[in-house]
Design a protein around this ligand. Structure first.
Ligand code: SF4
Length: 753
């Protein structure tokens, strides 16, 4: 009989199945007959069908069975609304929801949290009641940032997690393959369907030597980002290995994996080691650590495993780095830093230093940062720049409060913000500079794209370790290298900051702080999900209509989009984020960024019924009101960008039937199919040019069959003779059912009956 070890301390009855994982791996090993990387071991041990699955790195599509799902509050809304419409009483895969993205930093933790509770009341009520109803663990606002909570409670070595947030890979610090996905993928796994992923390539990063002095784990990923650039990890898992991994703290490894998102990697991970065991023990999961030790042979790469690309970093000679501004891959080692500030004319006064976030708020980070602040205060000086601290979780906040670091930060001049994303995601009511004023800030966060933190395009945002953030904050200028430069103490005497020192784990254990977790109730039948019919932020989804079984005739072309049409052009973010849970309201941003091939303008298209030019959503609504379906014609790689499912839901909601393009970004293509739309491509890409923006078309929907082309009859607006165009598609049998039933969710609901 195999051993029974619960996956976590919060849910009952979900056991870690290392035995099954190693059986699956045995099957795959026989077939592949070669050494495997650790990333491959995790993925292949979670295959839905290890006997028959095609496995070729960078080519096959793997069907996987993740162990769990995690959603943050901004993305959870539409994911849960969709899950609800599948008519299934409980999630089929353990799932949690985390309230962290909607809390704005203004005056400090407690007050900001109270304000967020008021502003986001209906969203939080909806999430809390729907989680209770569908058996989902709910982490209330104030509990902390999704990735920190996952690391503290749910991550374990060898597991596979999907999360609706790009920094989900953070859990790689605990030997987990944790992958960021869109809401539609999360819904599939919540509903018990396998999840599809293109078999990633594997980039190996071999670490040797040992960190010391001012160099921190963050510097490893800052260096890797500089080497690989923001696109270098696309389609690949970054797998760290080698003797240098043994001395990194578990939370330090999490920091490295977290920021792997900045190079576009599918995920990043570290092999199981003693430091992970120590962390499991410190977070009250010794049984998991012991169990992982029994299966340790499967929790690292095989001898001789081959990587698609290999990098080597010697930690003993690695310098501290600072990356930015405006992009996380512009890496500058500290020895070249002051020169870079000067050459590039970056504003040298440092306005704000920010530590914490999901990337860097471990006990180790906080104790090291506090040691530098204490050193400064021992010399009678404090932070010169504004300084903020974002604890990643209530547990971290309570522990540093108990152990005194929080007090140190406050005495040093810092403001402690809520346990939430805050300034990292632009939830920052910044008052110290005016919009448009060039200025510099430095943080221990992961992302620093233009405007991300404070919506000011002139803000130069740099990312580095918390250690350097604190040092720079003391100096108040970017013209400072704490390894070499001196500061002036309160008596006018020169001194050099001591190297930071900290503790990996709290000597007295973690203090859990306030209980912010809501477990699903035993009896869920009486829970009703709170959605007000008058809400402008939330709307229950109505199932889309099934296909009427007929060919479609005389369809207008809503827009012939020209050039790049990304998911941002199709469904913009920014101010629209607020409506992520309200399909009808967010549909008012549909395709407003796409360029009309007719006039080269965005959001100005001809309404075929009136002959007038109007906004894209307005014209679509007019067609819908008149019972007219429509199509979109698109260019190359239509729908690239993110996996945002709103980009597929909106055209479906406003009455679209087909999106016909030269080619699709694959995730968007699948998302369209899931919503019951027809993503089709020109067999001859030159046919794109034959269609006029104001032509009408007939689409022979009855021809839809696996591997068969479909016919589009084009009726030119100038009255000339109509002609046929052949279209291709990638529907398989199951996906054709989605189209026939109106959506993948309708199909699930039908099958659930
Ligand atoms: Fe994303 Fe920043 Fe929040 Fe982390 S802290 S989850 S990077 S928004």
């Amino acid at each position: 009989l195999s051993k029974k070890v619960e996956m976590n301390n919060l849910e009952k009855g979900h056991y870690i199945n290392y035995q099954k994982m190693s059986e699956n791996l045995g099957i795959v090993r026989k077939r592949l007959n070669r050494p495997l990387t650790f990333a491959e071991k995790i993925l292949y041990s979670h295959l839905d069908d290890p006997h028959n699955q095609d496995i070729e790195r960078g080519a096959s599509y793997l069907k996987l069975r993740p162990d769990r799902v995690a959603c943050q509050d901004a993305t959870a809304q539409m994911a849960i609304l969709q899950f609800m419409s599948a008519g299934i009483p409980s999630v089929q895969t353990p799932t949690t929801v985390h309230c962290d993205h909607l809390i704005e930093a203004q005056v400090g933790g407690a007050k900001d949290l109270a304000r967020a509770n008021e502003i986001n009341k209906e969203v939080y009520n909806f999430l809390s009641t729907s989680c209770a109803k569908y058996n989902i663990g709910f982490w209330r606002p104030g509990s902390g940032i999704i990735h920190q909570i996952v690391l503290e409670n749910y991550a374990f070595p060898g597991a596979l997690l999907i999360g609706t947030d790009s920094h989900t890979p953070n859990a790689g610090g605990l030997g987990m393959a944790a992958i960021g996905v869109g809401g539609a993928d999360a819904v599939d796994v919540m509903a018990g369907l396998p999840w599809e992923l293109k078999a990633p390539k594997v980039i190996g990063v071999r670490l040797t030597g040992e960190l010391s002095g001012w160099t921190a784990p963050k510097d490893i990923i800052l260096k890797v980002a500089g080497e690989l650039t923001v696109k270098g990890g696309t389609g690949a898992i970054v797998e760290y290995h080698g003797p240098g991994t043994q001395n990194l703290s578990c939370t330090g490894m999490a920091t490295i994996c977290n920021m792997g998102a900045e190079i576009g990697a599918t995920t990043s991970l570290f092999p199981f080691n003693d430091r992970m065991y120590d962390y499991l023990k410190a977070t009250k999961r010794t049984a998991i650590g012991d169990f992982a030790r029994e299966y340790a042979a499967e929790l690292h790469e095989d001898e001789g495993a081959e990587y698609d690309q290999l990098l080597e970093i010697n930690l003993s000679t690695l310098e501290p780095h600072i990356n930015g501004p405006f992009t996380p891959d512009l890496a500058t080692p500290i020895s070249k830093w002051k020169e870079a500030v000067k050459t590039n004319k970056w504003p040298d006064e440092l306005k704000v230093g920010l530590i914490g976030s999901c990337t860097n708020s471990s006990y180790e980070d906080m104790t090291r940062a506090a040691s530098i602040a204490e050193d400064a205060m021992a010399h009678g000086i404090k932070a010169k720049s504004l300084f903020t601290v974002t604890p990643g979780s209530e547990q971290i906040r309570a522990t540093i409060e108990r152990d005194g670091q929080l007090k140190t930060f406050e005495e040093f001049g810092g403001m402690v913000l809520a346990n939430a994303c805050g300034p990292c995601i632009g939830q920052w009511d910044r008052r110290d500079v005016k919009k448009g004023e060039p200025n510099s800030i430095i943080s221990s966060y992961n992302r620093n794209f233009t405007g991300r933190n404070d919506a000011n395009p002139a803000t130069h945002s740099f990312v580095t370790s918390p250690d350097l953030v604190v040092a720079m904050t003391i100096a108040g200028t970017l013209n400072f290298n704490p390894l070499e430069d001196e500061l002036t103490d309160a008596n006018g005497k020169k001194f050099k900051l001591k190297e930071p020192s900290g503790q990996g784990l709290p000597a007295n254990g973690y203090d859990p702080g306030q209980d912010t977790y809501q477990a699903p109730p035993e009896d869920r039948s009486t829970v009703s999900v709170a959605v007000s019919p008058s809400s402008d932020r939330l709307q229950i989804l109505q199932p889309f209509d099934a296909w009427d079984g007929k060919d479609a005739t005389d369809l207008p072309i809503l827009i012939k989009a020209q050039g790049k049409t990304t998911t941002d052009h199709i469904s913009m973010a920014g101010p629209w984020l607020k409506y992520r849970g309200h399909l009808d309201n967010i549909s008012n941003n549909m395709l407003i960024g796409a360029i009309n091939a007719e006039n080269g303008e965005a959001n100005k298209i001809k309404n075929n019924l009136t002959g007038e030019y109007d906004a894209v959503p307005a014209v679509a609504r007019d067609y819908k009101k008149n019972g007219i379906k429509w199509v979109v014609v698109g260019d190359w790689n239509y729908g690239e960008g993110s996996s945002r499912e709103h980009a597929a839901l909106e055209p479906r909601h406003l009455g679209g039937l087909a999106i016909i393009t030269r080619s699709f970004a694959r995730i968007h293509e699948t998302n369209l199919k899931k919503q019951g739309m027809l993503p089709l491509t020109f067999i001859d890409p030159a046919d794109y040019d034959k269609i006029g923006p104001n032509d009408t078309v007939d689409l022979k929907c009855t021809e839809l069959a696996v591997g068969q082309p479909m016919t589009l009859v084009v009726k030119p607006a100038d009255g000339s003779k109509s002609f046929d165009i052949k279209l291709a598609h990638t529907f398989n049998e199951g996906q054709i059912e989605w189209f026939k039933n109106g959506s993948a969710l309708n199909t699930m609901a039908k099958n659930a009956k």
